[in-house]
Ligand binder design. Structure first.
Ligand code: HMG
Ligand code: MG
Length: 280
């Protein structure tokens, strides 16, 4: 089916990583399988990070081995370092992602590295990876530790990630505090440096502004949107942040604009009901 926009589903990773009760592996697999029959073509399925840092994601290998693969659907994983890449290759991830930050405070809190050290760690991973690599930049407008982010800091990190070979940059509103003004200011600055086809947006919805921010991103020509089924999630290292904007809402919004998402509404409704049942 032809689509006009890409939905990048975050629920099984960004969504579940923040749940305090351990979600059992079979439930994680069931959630991914429900999502992969919905028409969504990109599903962040696992996170090959340290289990001491994010215990919820410790069963990434088992999840990747248990899911039903589907042609046309990419099952992707986070990889912070070489160990992460090795695990992702063994687990047959279709795509991986490195994740940096535009602010030093979050970089240190999330991956225990300065921005410079993180980029030095990512380059050999991106260059060696036998699969496509996405690059995240967190704290695009605000950081929980350092306050507002200057767009120039986002541009610097994006240039580096694209230069090392990331095929796309996902702009992370980690705190969910971006608003139409800060989103417009950031995208205007990025527009003079990058092609919009190289950018995706990743809004958390802490303040209920995500859909407005997506509307602005659409006007700038962005066509890839990260979202989380049932709005699950948050980041353990961004205190107070809520989940990504919900997949159901994003699909409804994009289709109301006449854009084809390829996503079947009944199927995501079923996946959303199951996702909600996992929260206790
Ligand atoms: P560290 O403690 O500095 O690293 O952590 P280390 O190299 O000293 O390793 C510590 C231990 O972890 C060692 O084990 C390593 O072997 C192990 P020990 O010797 O103590 O038994 N280790 C690993 N194990 C499995 N897989 C690995 C791995 N690497 C090391 N890949 C590190 C540095 C990066 C590992 C750590 O800080 C970490 O895992 N951080 C990840 C935090 C995270 O997952 N945050 C959430 C995802 S990011 C996010 O949500 C934002 C995003 O959604 C965008 C947005 O919203 O802005 C993407
Ligand atoms: Mg996130």
């Amino acid at each position: 089916m032809e689509v006009d926009v890409t939905i990048f589903e975050m629920g099984p990773r960004d969504g579940l990583q923040n749940e305090s009760n351990f979600i059992n592996t079979l439930d994680k697999i069931k959630l991914v399988n429900l999502l992969s029959t919905s028409g969504i073509r990109k599903i962040e399925t696992a996170s090959f990070v340290s289990s001491k840092w994010v215990p919820q994601m410790a069963d990434g290998e088992e999840v990747m081995a248990g899911i039903q693969r589907k042609s046309g659907v990419s099952f992707t994983a986070l990889t912070p370092n070489e160990t992460g890449l090795e695990r992702a290759i063994k687990a047959k991830a279709d795509e991986i992602a490195v994740f940096g930050s535009a602010s030093e405070g979050f970089s240190k809190a999330n991956i225990n590295k300065t921005i410079m050290e993180s980029l030095q760690t990512f380059r050999p991973i991106v260059e060696a990876a036998p699969m496509p690599v996405r690059g995240y930049i967190s704290c695009i407008t605000d950081c929980p530790y350092d306050g507002p982010t200057n767009p120039a800091e986002v541009i610097k990190v994006a240039e580096e990630l694209l230069d090392m070979g990331c095929y796309e940059i996902s702009l992370g509103d980690t705190l969910g505090s971006a608003n139409p003004d800060s989103t417009e200011k950031l995208l205007s600055a990025l527009l003079s440096e990058f092609e919009m086809k190289d950018l995706a947006v990743h809004f958390h919805d802490t303040q209920g502004k995500a859909i407005e921010n997506i509307g602005i991103s659409l006007d700038f020509g962005i066509s890839t949107f990260d979202s989380s089924i049932a709005g699950l999630g948050g980041c353990p290292y961004a205190p107070g942040a809520k989940g990504n904007v919900s997949t159901e809402t994003v699909v409804e919004f994009l289709e109301s604009k006449g854009l084809r998402t390829g996503v079947k509404r009944e199927k995501i409704k079923e996946a959303a009901e199951f996702a909600r049942s996992l929260r206790r």
